[in-house]
Design a protein around this ligand. Structure first.
Ligand code: ATP
Ligand code: MG
Length: 577
């Protein structure tokens, strides 16, 4: 490809709406253009990268024994009603109607469709196990589309679904996919960590996410990990607490309601009473699918919303606003301001207590009276009909690993893929069954396995760049090498550059010749920004028979003969795994 013909427009500046590096770089280097919120055009350079990621994914999936197919992007409502997700999925599901008023949706994922395909054709245990996958665009009307390709509304995903007859078979396929994913991300030049995670809207029990560890804002997940192999997303991580339990009896001799003026927050309350927050019971109000839920937790700890959502069994969760809390209190006969809420006296409302509450003694708690708290309280004083204990606590670094007891560490991660053991979550409600060895109809035991193709490419930019631009891993770079004649008017330079270019092309290397009549500074800047793994510069030193060979990854520059430069590139390309 000649640079003068390459369809690419680099920008002088980063686009103003881009918050993270990969979005900034990919837009500025001419890989993507935003069409509308969360929807991007993949321009020729981007499409080459995406196709390379796809090729690696296909290769490893095929090697792992999976078979590719392609399911439609538009899906009928009926199958979603069968699975129960037409109601449950929430606003991320983009719903539409055709001219006959039939309801449809844009596929955010394809469990329903693949389960229907299996139900049609997978009738006997003899046909299993089987793993089917596709690479397809998905649409999710994300609340906050942001970060460019990392969280788009339309994006490309590889999704695979396995069908088997037993839990053992599922676990075997899960391991098989785990290995395939490890290979895929290695080949894409990405270091990933497999972490335990919550299963979310997809459902099922066991699941792992493959995270690219990053210390930038682009890492939307907190990952807690340990020297041993424990690693978990914050929505799933558990820990043992290092600190000893504090008994409030050293502070309060009797159980009584006392005045605590203007103590709206935990800090104000612990300061006013001169007590540690570990003997305060914090009451928080959440709205889960429109219903109020009271969450109780020891006040020095934080509620993890996904854990709470799972404990309640809902789809959407958010913290209640002050007016909502006031209204809820009024509905239960209380006339207090929100900072003084407590569980006592609430009837017919879901109350979930974190496990930390179980052992609290002689604590301080809101009593639904403004400027007052109950002190020296114990759980029996709260007269709760029913209290459900769950782990709804957000883990913090330094707390102890549930596996080995050492202090946990925290880092941020970008989820590029995940694997789920679904079990019969879809096959049961959709009555998707096969005939087993005993002649009985049984639901398939399923697994599902996703990789964000477009997110993986963007994550590679997060992991590989410097202030000047992208440093693509050779395996997924749009082109392997750029050849830059310093002066296109210099005949020798141009003929050597063209010769190198042609030799590389005929050896199967993906090369670009920068034939533009531009200042060398401009050409070098573009080369760095776009992120060619190698640059061969043909300048004045060609008089001594040398070209400059630059490796983008480490910035190394060496003077070598054109033939050596050609060899180096060919060898590197041959060694791509
Ligand atoms: P997240 O928690 O980041 O929203 P998810 O749990 O919703 O991800 P899955 O439904 O399991 O993701 O989808 C499989 C893969 O698809 C993810 O691992 C991720 O790589 C990719 N993916 C999911 N949502 C998006 C998105 N909005 N934009 C780009 N890629 C996405
Ligand atoms: Mg999501």
């Amino acid at each position: 490809m000649k640079m003068s013909k390459l369809f690419v427009q680099t920008l002088r500046e980063f686009p103003s709406d881009a918050e993270v590096i990969s979005h900034k770089m990919l837009a500025r280097a001419g890989y993507i253009r935003k069409l509308t919120s969360g929807v991007y055009n993949y321009l020729p350079l981007m499409w080459r990268v995406l196709r390379k990621v796809e090729t690696i994914v296909r290769d490893e999936m095929d090697k792992a024994g999976a078979q590719e197919l392609l399911m439609p992007f538009v899906q009928p409502k009926e199958l979603w009603v069968e699975s129960g997700r037409w109601e449950a999925y929430g606003k991320e599901l983009m719903r539409l109607k055709d001219r006959h008023n039939r309801e449809m949706c844009l596929g955010p994922t394809h469990e329903e469709i693949i389960t229907a395909i299996a139900r049609d054709g997978l009738k006997s245990y003899k046909q299993m196990p089987v793993n089917l996958y596709q690479i397809q665009s998905k649409f999710r009307d994300e609340v906050r589309p942001r970060f460019g390709l990392l969280r788009g509304r339309e994006f490309i995903m590889k999704d695979a679904y396995s069908f088997g007859t037993s839990q053992e078979e599922l676990e075997k396929e899960y391991q098989n996919m785990w290995q395939a994913y490890t290979n895929i991300f290695n080949r894409c030049g990405l270091d990933t960590k497999a972490v335990q995670s919550d299963s979310g809207a997809i459902g099922g029990s066991v699941s792992h996410e493959f995270m690219v560890i990053t210390d930038t804002d682009a890492g939307e997940n907190d990952v807690f990990y340990c020297e041993c192999d424990y690693a978990a997303n914050s929505n799933h991580a558990v820990s043992n607490l290092p600190e000893a339990l504090v008994d409030g009896k050293d502070y309060f001799k009797t159980t009584e309601i006392i005045d605590t003026p203007n103590t709206h927050s935990i800090e104000e309350l612990s300061e006013f009473l001169n007590i540690p927050s570990t003997i305060i019971l914090k009451s928080l109000v959440y709205i889960v699918d429109k219903n109020p839920v009271i969450a109780l937790i020891r006040a020095d700890k934080t509620v993890e919303e996904t854990k709470l959502l799972n404990a309640v069994g809902g789809m959407e969760i958010r913290i209640a606003t002050s007016p909502e809390i006031e209204e809820i209190m009024q509905n239960h006969g209380f006339n207090a301001v929100p900072g003084f809420i407590g569980p006592k006296g609430f009837k017919d409302i879901t109350i979930i207590a974190d496990n930390t509450v179980k052992d609290m003694k002689n604590f301080v708690v809101g009593i639904n009276q403004t400027d007052k708290h109950l002190v020296g309280a114990n759980l029996s004083d709260l007269e709760l009909d029913e209290i459900k204990y769950e782990d709804i606590r957000l883990v913090e670094a330094g707390e102890f690993c549930p596996q080995c007891g050492k202090p946990l560490k925290v880092t941020r991660g970008i989820e590029v893929g995940n694997i789920f053991q679904l079990g019969t979550k879809y096959s049961k409600p959709m009555n998707a069954v096969y005939l087993d060895t005993d002649g009985k109809a049984k639901p398939y035991i399923m697994g599902c396995y996703g990789i964000g193709i477009s997110r993986t490419a963007a994550a590679a930019v997060e992991a590989h760049h410097d202030e000047w631009g992208i440093k693509w891993p050779l395996s997924i770079a749009p082109y392997h090498v750029i050849i830059v004649p310093v002066s296109t008017k210099d005949e020798t330079q141009m003929s050597v550059a063209t010769d190198i270019y042609e030799k590389l092309l005929s050896a199967g290397v993906e090369a670009v010749l920068d034939d533009r009549d531009e200042r060398p500074g401009v050409k070098f800047k573009d080369a760095d920004l776009i992120g060619f793994p190698f640059r061969i510069t043909v300048g004045k030193t060609i008089q001594e028979g040398n070209v400059e060979f630059v490796t983008r990854e480490n910035g190394e520059k060496i003077a070598i003969k054109p033939e050596e430069a050609i060899d180096k590139v060919i060898t590197a390309v041959k060694n791509i795994k």
